[in-house]
Design a protein around this ligand. Structure first.
Ligand code: ATP
Ligand code: MG
Length: 631
């Protein structure tokens, strides 16, 4: 049990002397002027401020690039695995990445981009996306990465919200063999109202497709970087100067422009990347998230590169050309740490073990998951089949707002399937009831954080009041996460789903995650989503949407069997009142189930679905609406 003793000792130290602890952690990065002020925080809405390392000066791109040149310039920074498995993979060293970043940074300066300007990045998962982010960081421009799967209206909304001056895109993207008309989407976005702040569109030549160039607005990246020097004077940034804006995935409503600053974020990204994953010098780290999400920002770009690690950048999808793709890429690049989302795990589990067994996966030593609660069934499959029961699984709970992982199993401690386990160093989670009373010991409640950590977001871009109101108003003096959580008798944390999703059946509060996990534990169920709906007697009833394993058929007998299964697993109180077959579930483009929409369908008000612009595949909604209980 050394793991748990070491963890407990360091955790206690991080709380008893936060200034000393975070001062020493900050030494892991390179400062132009090291901070003497460490932590300056008040969650009190009357005197609200969050500042970390406030007198420190640094540049994030220097930390991710220049700092490594002397010692590991020839080490591979990025391994690029293209969408097409037959296309050649690329390895890019720190030296090359530095030169490419500097050339683009110089070009951006020549185009008039200055510190504080907002730049929208709308690119596929290619090395140019990393270069674009780091080039912005180099010159102090604030990047806003918009996931390459978004449509013109979503791009336009995000451009308009932060008044971007310049967009970096590509001719096309490639995903699962399909071409995505990125440049054409940008053209369409810029024809929409509110986008006239954009002066320049830079286009990466990726597939080589012919695209319409509108002069003088549109410029090819290869042309503007041509002849630029491969060094570039970095902009000295105050620790509290913004590094980026990132819009949340929109699971609960309209996305928020989450703003992260430079010093605290970088310290927290690099520190958690090392400690959550137990990083070693020879690791090949693969996070399958897109750079359009916070997971990609923190654990593909800023964390790993600040740590001088080797990371895989994967352009493709898990099911192309077949369901073995992930596992073949692991063999091909000898990946040691693999980090993905429950949605991908469930989708691959649905296809059985054979596609996994088609690859050896011998290089793997640690597995991670993030994005949604992971059902214990999916956790076990991930651990037993993907990891051959020899790789620990770290279930990392965090948010766009938190910058990095906050609750995660400490290295060396056996994790319980489905539990994110323990707070990371310096993090103080707590549970409160609806009135904001702190709950002690074993309890279920709303998850709050009692104090700040360096990676915390600083504001909602352009709407500081919305930041305070959204996160600090509900429970005075605390950051409210919006998630529900259970703490067990050992003090381990289990995220039960979003608080809005909690179902109140005859006065009993039932977390969606628990009922969904019971359904997924049935051998024929691949995925499930559970919501509440108005019920005359119970107040709320339980409405379950169920997707079956590939090859299973829907029947009334199976429906009854699944309802009985939940009753048996959890108890009569959790018995679903209605179970609807769902060939597909509405998900955000980052793969999260949007229960908000399922709730409206269950409530039989399909004309009130709200904002559906962040849905990955709107057509699944139509079919669910047609087959709803009330129809
Ligand atoms: P929006 O805030 O716009 O509704 P979102 O909450 O989906 O979108 P993200 O910041 O991408 O945006 O997601 C964070 C949320 O994802 C968390 O609040 C939590 O609900 C869920 N989540 C992330 N990781 C985990 C995890 N390991 N276990 C359980 N839930 C998780
Ligand atoms: Mg959220």
């Amino acid at each position: 049990m050394t793991g748990s003793t070491d963890y407990a000792r360091e955790y206690a130290q991080s709380l008893s002397d936060p200034d000393g602890y975070w001062k020493s952690v900050a030494q892991r990065i390179e400062w132009i002027a090291p901070p003497t002020q460490i932590r300056d925080v008040s969650f009190d809405t009357k005197d609200f401020h969050i500042r970390w390392y406030a007198d420190g000066v640094l540049n994030a791109s220097v930390n991710c690039l220049d700092r490594h040149l002397a010692t590991r310039g020839d080490r591979t920074a990025l391994i690029f695995e293209p969408d097409d498995p037959n296309a050649e993979a690329q390895r890019i060293t720190y030296r090359e990445l530095h030169a490419r970043t500097c050339r683009l940074a110089n070009a951006l300066r020549n185009l008039g981009v200055r510190k504080g300007d907002r730049i929208t990045i709308y690119l596929p998962m290619i090395p140019d996306a990393v270069v674009a982010m780091l080039a912005c960081a180099r010159i102090g421009a604030i990047h806003s990465v918009v996931f390459g799967g978004f449509a013109p209206q979503s791009i336009a909304d995000r451009v308009a919200d932060c008044r971007s001056k310049l967009i970096i895109t590509a001719d096309e993207g490639l995903r699962g063999g399909k071409r995505i008309a990125l440049k054409a989407n940008v053209d369409a976005a810029l024809a929409l109202p509110g986008t006239n702040s954009v002066e320049t569109v830079l286009v990466v030549r990726h597939t080589g497709a012919a695209v319409a160039m509108q002069m003088p607005r549109d410029r090819w990246v290869d042309v503007v970087v041509d002849g630029q020097p491969d060094t570039c004077e970095p902009e000295p940034m105050n620790a509290e100067d913004p590094l980026f804006i990132l819009y949340t995935s929109g699971s609960t409503g309209k996305p928020k422009g989450v703003l992260h600053t430079t010093g605290g974020y970088l310290v927290y990204a690099s520190f958690t990347h090392e400690r959550v994953f137990g990083l070693r010098d020879d690791d090949v780290f693969w996070c399958t998230a897109d750079v359009g999400w916070i997971t990609g920002h923190t654990y593909i770009v800023y964390g790993p590169l600040a740590n001088g690690a080797t990371v895989v950048v994967f352009e493709g999808v898990p099911n192309h050309p077949d369901h073995s793709r992930f596992w073949r890429v692991i063999d091909k690049h000898q990946v040691t740490i693999f980090y993905t989302a429950p949605t991908a795990i469930r989708a691959l589990m649905r296809e059985g073990d054979a596609p996994v067994k088609a690859a050896s996966r011998k290089s793997l030593r640690l597995l991670g998951t993030v994005g949604e609660p992971i059902n214990p069934e999916a956790w076990r499959w991930y651990h037993d089949v993907v990891g051959d029961a020899r790789c620990p699984v770290v279930d990392t709970w965090w948010q766009t707002e938190t910058g990095g992982a906050l609750i995660t199993p400490p290295i060396g401690i056996d994790a319980k399937p489905g539990s994110a386990m323990k707070p990371f160093f310096g993090v103080q989670p707590a549970l409160v009831d609806a009135e904001g009373r702190l709950l002690e010991g074993e309890a279920t409640g709303n998850l709050v954080l009692l104090d700040s950590w360096p990676g915390q977001m600083r504001t909602v871009y352009g709407d500081h009041q919305r930041f305070i109101d959204t996160y600090f108003r509900a429970y005075p003096g605390m950051y409210f996460t919006g998630d529900g959580c259970r703490r067990d008798a050992d003090g381990d944390y289990w995220i039960t789903g979003r608080v809005d999703d909690v179902i109140n059946v005859s006065g009993h509060r039932i977390g969606t995650a628990e009922v969904e996990s019971a359904l997924v534990s049935h051998a024929k169920v691949a995925e499930a989503a559970v919501v509440g709906f108005p019920h005359d007697i119970k107040g709320q009833g339980i409405y379950a949407y169920v997707t079956l394993i590939a090859g299973e058929t829907e029947s009334d007998a199976l429906r009854a069997e699944l309802i009985a299964h939940v009753r048996h697993e959890i108890g009569p109180i959790a018995t679903p009142d209605h179970l609807q077959w769902a060939p597909g579930l509405p998900k955000t483009r980052s793969g999260k189930i949007m229960r908000r929409i399922l709730r409206k369908i269950a409530e039989d008000v399909p004309d009130q679905l709200g904002d559906t612009s962040t849905l990955a595949d709107p057509s699944v909604v139509d079919s669910l609406v047609r087959n709803r209980r009330g129809a």
